[in-house]
Design a binder for this molecule. Structure first.
Ligand code: UDX
Length: 458
């Protein structure tokens, strides 16, 4: 009997998708949920009780449940000092809370959970899920090169504090100190951060599936390397709303976290010529120093392009006092629908902090980049983006690690006006078509999603 027929007759498989409470995690896991749902899987999206308040735009067909991480009134705290306390408590409380949820759902025949896709930032979830004899799939929201580096830290192959200047790790491009995730460089001050990331691998050998938000063609070597270690390693990305790439879901919307989004910026962009605007955003977490903010402001003011700059409300006080937030030349907003902005034809380039979601989004929408990485995985992402995939350039920093306004202005000209920019644009368009192929019928990610969802229907 055909697989589809079997699916129709069977009770719908129920998959619980447990996402870490951050924008950059919920977004791709929600998009992945939509893919599974499209294959007939019933989805319950789970995140922490406090963070759940942000989940205002989820497709009505996806159920929501919460677990406690011990910080139901607020958090998680992101400063290093409280990080260890947060991790310990969220593990302790989260373990129990997830077990209670699985028990509750298990009491009903319809709600009984067949599979849990859990965020790699919650490795303890695997132990709970296995206790219930449920299929467990770990989901990595970060890039595979970054994950591979943390895996080597976990194995003890990369000793911190780092003493070398160059690193040759299996299946990865040669990396220099400045390309490594920041937590390897700040280990002496804040060991907990790196321990947290290395811990993603503490029990991974027990997972039934290892899923990653990327596509095979983008990360071939490292994907092959991981598949040798974990035969059930699969790339299932890029997980961006279908309306922006393949348009396969008729009623798709850019569901996700509801923040205050400026419609104003789309109207403003409508009035600008094709490819004339620089979009600037440093994501949902990065906090730039005042001096860096001033230099970005100065570079944007002096460059010959229009600009749209996202400055989160918490960062606004760092803007120079005389900086105009709305003028013919530029617009500053506290948040926007990034995908809608990147999809707008007025956008010519993206000055980005190189968060992994931002990179996948810019690649899928064919927008060249200028990298100003801040912390965490971003320097490694910037290296791949500029030297391996060649879809952007990295803005050089001065001796104080600041990108000066003059430098930014020069980079914008390179990408928006010069020959180098044309080459970058053509590369990004090629990656865009490879991404589209990967998620289309017969493509690498598409087939992996089908294989995975079929495996949940026994
Ligand atoms: C962080 C890390 O930097 C990232 O590398 C990691 O993989 C996840 O955690 P963040 O800094 O928020 O994430 O960056 P990014 O991964 O780029 O995610 C930001 C998300 O917010 C993107 O999906 C982007 O579209 C969205 N966004 C950002 C908006 O919708 N509007 C904005 O104004 C800014």
């Amino acid at each position: 009997m055909e697989k589809m027929e079997k699916k129709k007759m069977a009770r719908r498989a129920h998959c619980l998708v447990l996402a870490y409470p951050l924008q950059g995690h919920i977004n791709p896991m929600l998009q992945f949920s939509k893919q599974l749902e499209h294959q007939g899987v019933k989805i319950t999206l789970v995140t922490t009780r406090f963070y759940c308040n942000n989940l205002k735009r989820v497709p009505p067909s996806i159920a929501i449940e919460t677990i406690s991480d011990g910080f139901d009134q607020g958090g998680p705290p992101h400063d290093a000092d409280s990080h260890k306390a947060f991790i310990d408590r969220s593990r302790e409380v989260g373990l129990e809370s997830l077990a209670e949820l699985l028990e509750k759902l298990g009491r009903s025949k319809d709600e009984h959970v067949d599979c849990v896709v859990y965020d790699s930032f919650f490795p303890w979830a695997l132990d709970v899920v296995k206790r219930f004899e449920i299929v467990a799939a770990v989901f990595f929201t970060q890039n595979m090169t970054v994950n591979s580096i943390y895996y080597h830290v976990h194995l003890g192959n990369l000793q911190v504090p780092l003493t070398q200047h160059e690193f040759s790790l299996p299946a990865l491009p040669k990396l220099e100190l400045q390309d490594m995730p920041s937590f390897l460089l700040t280990y002496a001050q804040h060991p907990y951060y790196l321990d947290f990331f290395a811990d993603q691998f503490c029990n991974i050998d027990k997972a039934d599936w290892v899923l990653c938000n990327t596509f095979y063609e983008l990360d071939k070597e490292v994907a092959d390397w991981f598949t040798e270690i974990w035969p059930k390693f699969r790339n299932i990305g890029p997980n961006i709303p279908s309306m922006f790439l393949d348009k396969k879901y008729k009623d798709d919307q850019d569901y996700g976290i509801a923040q205050f989004e400026s419609e104003e910026c789309l109207e403003w962009l409508d009035g600008k010529p094709k490819g004339s605007v620089v979009y600037v955003s440093f994501g949902s977490l990065a906090m730039l120093g005042e001096r860096q903010m001033e230099e970005v402001a100065c570079g944007l003011k002096q460059c010959s392009s229009y600009f749209l700059w996202v400055v989160r409300a918490s960062e606004e006080t760092k803007l120079p006092k005389d900086f105009e937030k709305r003028s013919e030349k530029g617009l500053v907003v506290t948040w926007c629908s990034q995908l809608r902005v990147l999809a707008h034809e007025a956008i010519g380039c993206f000055v980005t902090h190189c968060g992994w979601n931002s990179i996948l989004e810019t690649l899928c929408l064919g927008v060249p980049t200028i990298a100003i990485p801040h912390w965490s995985d971003q320097a490694t992402n910037a290296k791949l983006m500029t030297d391996v995939w060649k879809i952007g350039i990295r803005a050089p920093t001065d001796e104080k690690k600041i990108v000066q306004g003059e430098t930014l202005k020069h980079c914008i000209r390179e990408v928006m006006e010069n020959e180098e920019g044309k080459g970058i644009k053509s590369n990004v368009m090629q990656w865009k078509s490879l991404a589209l192929r990967a998620i289309s019928e017969g493509g690498s990610s598409y087939e992996s999603v089908i294989e995975f969802s079929n495996s949940i229907f026994h």
